[in-house]
Design a protein around this ligand. Sequence first.
Ligand code: GLC
Length: 755
Amino acid sequence: MNNKYFYRSLLLIYATVFSFLCKAQKTIDEKVDSVLKLMTLDEKVGQMNQYNGDWDATGPITPQGDKQNQIRKGMVGSMLNVTGVEHTVELQKIAMQSRMKIPLLFGQDIIHGYRTTFPIPLAEAASWDLEAIKSSARIAATEAAASGVHWTFAPMVDIARDPRWGRVMEGAGEDPYLGSLIATARVKGFQGKGLGNTDALMACAKHFAAYGAAIGGRDYNSVDMSLLTLWNIYLPPFKAAAEAGAATFMNSFNTLNGIPATGNKYLQTDILKDKWRFKGFIVSDWNSIGEMIPHGFAKDNYDAALKAVTAGNDMDMESRSYIQNLAKLVKDGKVSIQRIDDAVRRILKKKFELGLFDDPYKFSDKKREQQQWNNKQNLQAEKIMAEKSIVLLKNEPFPSGRAGMGILPLNKNNLKGKTIALIGPFIKSIRDNLGFWSYTWPDDSERIISIWEAIKNKVGNSTNLLYAKGCNIDDTSHEGFAEAIKAAMEADVVIMSVGEAANWSGEAKSRSNIHLPGVQKELIKAIYATGKPIVVMINAGRPLIFNWTADHIPSIVYAWWLGTEAGDAIADVLFGDYNPSAKLPMSFPRAEGQIPIYYNYFNTGRPAKNDSDLNYVSAYIDLPNSPKFPFGYGLSYTTFSYSDIKLNSTILRPGKALTASVVITNSGKYDGKETVQLYIRDMVGSVVRPVKELKGFQQIFLKAGESKTITFKITTDDLKFYNDKLIYNYEPGDFKIFIGTNSEDVKEAGFTLQK
Ligand code: GLC
C-alpha cells in the first residue's frame, strides 16, 4: 500500500474516532445541559449541598435536621460518611423519589485504605516507591467502591515542614518534587482506568492550599507566606494532581495571607479553574464556609455563601450556608445564575461520568462488597507496602554483639533456645497500628497483626518470648519498670516498641512537644542500663524527637503506623526477611525550636560553616542547625558506596540534556534496594534559590557485591522555578549537582547553563 493512501486512511480513521469521541464528550455535556435546563433554582442549589451521614462523623456535628426528607425534595447533592451497600442503597432510593431523580454522590475519607488499612500516607511516602503507592490507592478504591463509595477525599497533598502539625501523617512530607510524584500516583491509583469503572473512586486533591504551613503547627491556624513560597513549594503537588486528572479539589480551613481558602478567588478561580483549566468541582472542607464567620471574613452565613460561591467553591460540606442562602442570593442579584449553573454543571458532569444516571446503584453491589471483604491479595500487598515504609535509622555494632555488626537483622537460628524480651506500650497494640483516618471493623482484633503475635509466629516455639509493657504511653508511673528490667535481664536480646498514640497525630492533633510521651525515654534508659543488646522501634504519625535514644541505642527502626499487617511487616524487617529500604520524607528535628526545618532551605548571607560555627552566622548557640535525621535518610542492612559523579559535559545549553552518572556498589553482605537521589542547586538567581532541591531519584536493587551505573538526564525543565514575577522559567548560570543516599550524604559536581 503506498504511503499517501496509507496516511489518508489513517487520517480518516483519526477523524472518525475524534468526531465519535467529541460526540461522546458532547453527549455528556448535552446530557448535563438537558438536565440542568429542567431544574428549578432550588434543585440546582440542592446539588451544591452536602451533608454528613447519620452513621459516622469527621467533624463537629451540626443540627441533624430531616436529611432524608431534604434528599427526597432534591435539596441534597451528596452525602459523606455513608458507606456500605445497605446504607448507600437506602439513601439513593430516597434520592430517586425526588422530582429530578438526580443520584447522590457518596464521599468518604479513604485516605490509606478502607477494609484493608495501609500504612499512613507519610509512611508510604517513605517508601519512595511510586508504583507501590499507586497500587495502595488502587486497592483502597477497589474496596471502597465495592461498598458504595463514589468519591474519596484524598489524596491529601499538603506540603508539611512542621511535625508539630498532626496532619503530616496524611501527606507526603516536605518536598514539592516527591510530593508531586506521589500526588500523581495517588490520583491515578484512586481513579484507576477512569470514572465509571466500578472500582474507581473520584479523587479529591486537598487541602487547597498551603494548609500545612499553619503558624505554630497548630491545626486550622492562619497561613502567611510569600507568593514565591506558595508557587515554588506548596502549589506543585496540587498542580500535579490537577494534571493527573483529579476529579475534585477540596479547599482548606486556613486563611492564606488574610483570606480564607474557601473564600479565596485567587486560589480557586484564578489559579485552579482559569490558569490550570480545572474542569472538576471544588468542595469546601467541613463547614469551612460557615467558619468564614469566626474567621472574621463573613458577617453571617448569607455573606459566607456569597463569598464562597463567588470565589469558586462549588459544593458546601456541612455548613448549610448554600442550601439556606444561595437561592436568595440569586434572587437578590448578588450571585449570577451563570455561576450557579457552572457549579451544578461541574457536579452533574461527574455524576454522568461515574455512570450514576444510568444506574444509581452501580457501586452498591453486595457480591462485589463481599468479594473485597477478605481479599487475601490485598492483605499481602499491604504487608509489602508496610515493609517498604519502615525506616532503619541506626544499626551500629553493640558492645557485646558480633564484631562490627549491628544487632539487626536478628537471626532466627541463632536465637533458637534463646530468649527475646518484648518491651513497651505498643508491643501488643492492635488498633493503634492503623493510625488516624482508618476504619474499625468487628474482626479487627483477629485481623490486625500485633508485633507480639507476629514475632511469636516468626520464631515459633524455638525461642522463648517474654513480654513487659514497662509503662503506659503517656503517664508518669514507673511501676512497670521493674517487670520490664527483669524481663530484659532474663533475655538474650530486647526489642522495644515505643512512640506516641495513634490518635496523637491526624486532624486536630497538633503537639507543641513532639518528644516521646510520658516516661518512655526513662524506660528505654533503664533497659539500656541492663547492658543487653537492644532494638528500639518507634511508632508515630509524625517525626518525633528522641535525641537520647538516637545517641545511645545502637539499633533503631521507625515504624510509623503500618496498617493491618503491621506486625508481620515489622517481624520481616527485624529478622531480615525484608531488608529495609525506606527514606525519610521529612526532616527530623533535634528540638521544636528548629521548626520549621527542611532540607531545601535558603543559604542566608551568613551561613554556618558547620554545626559548631557560631561566629556571627545564622545558627543557634545551643543546638546545631542540622536535623537529627535529614530528608531522604534511611539505612539498609547492607551498605552502598557511590563513585564520584561523571558528567558528559560541564556545559548545558537550552534544548540539550546533560547526563550525570555514578556507579553504585552494594559493598555489604545483604542484597538490598537503594534510592539514589539527585539534588540540584542554582547558585545564583533573580531570587535566592534553595541550597538543594530534589530533582530526581532512582530505586535500584543490588545483590551483595554488585555494582550498577545510574544515570540522570538533566534539562532546563529541571531548573525552572517561579521568579518574583511568578514567571516559571530557568536562568542561565552555574549549578551544582548532588547525588547521594540522602540529602546530606552526597557526591557533588558542577555545570554551567549557557544562554
Ligand atoms: C475533615 C478534614 C477533611 C475531610 C473532611 C471530611 O474536617 O479536614 O480532610 O476530608 O473533613 O471528613
